[in-house]
Design a protein around this ligand. Structure first.
Ligand code: 5AD
Length: 452
């Protein structure tokens, strides 16, 4: 092996996972590892998996195999939610070296180092077909009293927007969802530690920070009296005007009047909420164990819009849940149209082993799910355009994220519109005022606003 080990990362799934991979990558960099692209030949590959649907499982396995193809002799390390819930399936992929569950993440770097030093392999005689020992498995159940694990984020992050994870776990147990099993109950990051991390990110020059959690609205439930999300935001928003803040996914019933007041009061609090709807039919919502009816959801949205009329409301929607009929689905489309979301994330229901819904009767065929998903995605595109059109002729502050063509850049506005513009400079990471001129299929186009 090289003197300076090369390490590569691949992340599947949610923003929390991306944030955790970034934290690992920073820790390895500090230890002197060279970080390389996932397609390059590396000594160690870390695959941070997702298991929210069977497609996520499949993609996780594919990426493990892809790494093995690039370098069959490399150490393949698999972590994340799929590693936690189905280590057995991963163990069967010949060539995997190490499986690290979600409750051992804080030890990942140490375990990889032990692996490279050969410590972990001692005493293992079982050989797999490609002449590597059987994988070492570090997966254990969540233990009572286990606290929020702080994995430090390093500065060298390749994105414009920083993620700040403040909460882990979920105890809502929606009937379709495997995540509470994969990540355990609610734990929150302390105010002190969150502030310290925020200061570091601000110093590093990030202009936007996204607060993340698996169940973000449950933030603070395990901390002291009154320590909730609003309390946290009251400390974060005044830190500096240079940084704007965005919230990750929030349960609709957790949007409080105080939260909306903060959004109104602070210009650096992005007017955007992601409020998962999951289904547009009351019977299905009930079977999903969601804590609201469509009527209540609509009331919540109406109240939000009364205060912040142009707010961006995005959502997650699942199609093909057991028992969902064509009629339900039609109502569903009407409801989504009525709410007029500005962006939809559409998921096809996927039965997850061990969740109640997996054994519900009335499972829907893949073809029907596919057709419904397409219709829903099309509606989402239409609604996104309608929302974007409202902002034509206005100048919005755009955080520049990536170059999409020669001289063309793309970024996001505070209200989460994707905006493109031409520039000869390299403005990645900056916030630039853009005058919106037209709406294309998946983005808006505008010009850099210049004072005459
Ligand atoms: N099948 C399909 N989608 C799912 N999600 C969660 N569990 C499942 C499942 N079993 C979706 C939900 C959630 C998003 C992160 O993933 O819409 O909001």
């Amino acid at each position: 092996m090289r003197e300076i080990p090369r390490i590569a990362f691949y992340t599947l799934g949610c923003k929390v996972n991306q944030n955790e991979t970034e934290a690992f990558s920073g820790q390895f960099r500090e230890k002197g590892y060279e970080i390389v692209d996932f397609t390059a030949e590396a000594d160690v590959y870390i695959i941070n998996t997702c298991t929210v649907t069977h497609l996520a499982d499949r993609k996780s396995r594919q990426m493990i195999r892809r790494a093995l193809k690039v370098n069959p002799q490399a150490q393949i390390v698999v972590t994340g939610c799929y590693a936690q819930t189905d280590a057995e399936a991963i163990r069967k992929i010949a060539g995997v070296s190490l499986i690290v569950g979600t409750n051992e993440k804080s030890r990942l770097v140490e375990l990889v180092e032990d692996l490279l030093k050969g410590k972990l392999l001692k005493g293992k005689e079982q050989e797999t077909t490609i002449n590597k020992p059987a994988p070492q498995i570090f997966v254990r159940k969540y233990q009572q009293g286990q606290e929020f694990e702080e994995i430090k984020l390093e500065k060298s992050i390749e994105r414009s927007r920083a993620y700040l994870k403040v909460q882990e776990g979920c105890d809502q147990f929606c009937s379709y969802c495997i995540i509470p099993y994969a990540r355990g109950p609610v734990r929150s990051r302390s105010l002190e530690s969150t502030l310290a991390e925020a200061e570091r990110l601000i110093k590093a020059g990030f202009r936007e920070i996204v607060l993340l959690g698996i169940h973000l609205g449950a933030y603070g439930r395990d901390l002291g009296e009154g320590e909730n999300l609003v309390y946290l935001l009251k400390h974060l928003l005044p830190l500096t005007e240079q940084v704007r803040w965005r919230l990750g996914s929030l349960e609709p019933v957790e949007v409080s009047p105080e939260l909306l007041d903060l959004m109104l009061g602070y210009r650096n609090f992005c007017p955007h909420l992601h409020l998962p709807l999951q289904s547009g039919h009351d019977k299905i919502l009930k079977a999903m164990n969601r804590p609201y009816t469509t009527e209540q959801y609509l009331e919540i949205i109406t109240d939000i819009r009364k205060k912040i009329p142009d707010i961006a409301l995005t959502t997650d929607i699942m199609v093909g849940f057991p028992g969902e009929t064509d009629e339900h689905f039609q109502e569903y489309l009407k409801f989504v149209e009525k709410v007029a979301f500005s962006r939809l994330h559409v998921f096809k229901y996927s039965p997850r082993r061990g969740t109640p819904a997996a054994s519900f009767s009335g499972q829907i065929s893949p073809a029907v799910k596919e057709a419904r998903s397409r219709k829903m995605i099309r509606l989402g595109e239409k609604l996104a355009k309608l929302y974007a059109q409202k902002f034509l002729g206005q100048t919005l502050d755009v955080l520049v994220e990536e170059k999409v063509a020669e001289h063309t850049w793309e970024g996001s506005s505070a209200n989460y519109l994707k905006v493109r513009f031409n520039s000869d400079e390299a403005p990645r990471g900056q916030i630039i005022p853009i005058y919106l001129k037209k709406v294309e299929k998946n983005y808006c186009f505008g010009d850099v606003f210049q004072l005459q």
